[in-house]
Ligand binder design. Structure first.
Ligand code: HEM
Length: 441
């Protein structure tokens, strides 16, 4: 990285623990050689041995390796979670009955006002159902494929080995797939005299604890939240038009709008997989015990670029299927999304969308890896100039390849089906951590 110091005065003065001389501006040319000015907090090089570098961008501390794109990705259209509308906390309210939800939310609003907390955004969520299954706004059954956490009742009840994942991939204080404890936030033992929290377990090496740090993370996780507006009419129009065109071109009346949608998603709308139900026979259950590499190595059933193949390639990305599956387990997330629908008002046509949420112990290795290295990669799985057809953010020039035995066909001119309206990264505390925080008030 080439950088140049500017002569500007230090930006920070009088902050406890920060020497004003550590604060400076640097000019750095970005990938397009446009010079950007950054604010840097840096200790003089000769003062102490450096122990590492951390780049923090407001609200998204682990986006360091994405920093250039991040500037473009957090556009003004974000209603919350941007530098203009930052948020510190997200509160998710669930209730079995609507009247309980209404009264709980009203109570929260009152308490927030008393504590001088500003509510940046509120979003009423709803589970759309088709029979017993939850369905998102493009019409697909959602919440089918989830990792099954080892040691839980669900795991004991029997789950495909490929979906069994160590608890430490999602929860602090437990071993992950490599047998290590994920890095967990700690507090000084002296600040927890009654021992509400347990001592921090070391990450390197599988045994041992630290008496000096107590684990405020244990049984907690990191929560990623994204508010996605879904352009349902655009999605349906595109599927209808391109199906008519491809049916003509290929001389195959089986190319219907649902077929196009399923190829882009990697599942039929009823949740059944393209791998095990390639013809889309009705009445099949939502299945999740399939592999891509062993069962569909050429993507003839589920295209390489389909949403579910990009977000969880399973054993697909190499010849050694067992190793690929093991690697894949380091990039799983627990998804807990909910749909929302904002009614039309004067001046606004209304909006449909998904509040995407997922839990993971390492945002960079799990959520961000999926988003960056798989969903947004234009060369994923040997493809060229394609992104995830659903959430890749194409603006009228998206492409999507559907392989056939005889060759392949390309869907072109794909518009944007999803727009990000907000988002952030949060720490989800355990009940013990909440008790500890209360004890410190
Ligand atoms: C509006 C946005 C989105 C919609 C409508 C959507 C919809 C879906 C649907 C219908 C499925 C298949 C059913 C299932 O397995 O649950 C699915 C699977 C999945 N999605 Fe998304 N999704 C969205 C955004 C995202 C994002 C941002 C990510 C992560 C970066 C993501 C990651 C996944 C994963 C990991 C799976 C499971 C893949 C598997 O294990 O087979 N999705 N999504």
């Amino acid at each position: 990285m080439n950088s140049a110091r500017t002569a500007a005065a230090p930006l920070l003065d009088g902050l406890p623990g920060i020497d004003p001389t550590w604060s400076r501006r640097v000019d750095v040319p970005d990938a397009d050689q446009i010079v950007r000015t950054w604010h840097l907090l840096e200790r003089p090089a000769n003062s102490e041995s450096p122990i590492g570098t951390m780049i923090c961008l407001h609200g998204n501390p682990t986006w360091s390796y994405l920093w250039r794109r991040f500037l473009r990705l957090a556009p003004d259209g974000w209603r919350w979670g941007s530098d203009k509308r930052p948020v510190d906390m997200v509160v998710l309210c669930y209730a079995a009955q609507r009247r309980h939800l209404t009264s709980d939310v009203a109570a929260l609003r009152r308490e927030a006002a008393v504590a001088a907390i500003t509510i940046t955004s509120e979003l009423p969520l709803k589970v759309r159902r088709q029979g017993r299954r939850a369905v998102e706004h493009f019409g697909f059954v959602d919440g089918v494929s989830q990792p099954v956490v080892r040691g839980t009742a669900r795991a004991h009840a029997g789950a495909p080995a490929m979906n069994l994942v160590a608890p430490g991939e999602f929860l602090f204080g437990y071993r992950d797939e490599y047998g290590y404890y994920p890095v967990s936030p700690g507090v000084k033992a002296a600040h927890d005299p009654t021992g509400i929290l347990t001592p921090v377990r070391f990450r390197s090496g599988t045994d041992g604890t630290s008496d000096s740090l107590h684990d405020i993370g244990r049984n907690g996780s990191f929560l990623v939240v994204r508010q996605f507006e879904q352009h349902v009419a655009e999605f349906e129009t595109y599927c209808n038009e391109v199906a008519a065109q491809k049916a003509r071109e290929l001389g195959d009346p089986g190319v219907t709008p649902d077929w196009i949608a399923a190829k882009m998603m990697g599942r039929w709308k009823d949740g059944s997989s393209l791998v095990r139900n390639p013809e889309g026979r009705p009445g099949r259950k939502a299945d999740n015990d399939f592999s891509f590499g062993a069962e569909d190595p050429q993507g003839l059933r589920c295209p390489f670029g389909a949403h579910v193949r990009r977000t969880n390639p399973r054993d697909s990305l190499g010849d050694d299927h067992a190793t690929q599956t093991a690697i894949g387990k380091r990039h799983r997330i627990l998804r807990v999304g909910r749909t929302y629908e904002l009614p039309a008002t004067k001046g606004s046509p209304g909006e449909k969308g998904l509040l995407f949420m997922c839990l993971n112990a390492d945002i960079e290795r799990q959520y961000e890896f999926i988003q960056q290295t798989w969903v947004s990669s234009t060369s994923f799985h040997g493809l060229r100039q394609e992104k995830d057809p659903l959430i890749g953010g194409s603006d009228g020039n998206g492409r999507f390849t559907i392989p056939f035995w005889e060759g392949s066909t390309v869907l072109a001119g794909m518009p944007r089906f999803v727009t990000t309206r907000g988002g952030g990264y949060f720490f989800m505390p355990s009940r013990a951590a909440l008790r500890y925080l209360l004890s410190r008030l």
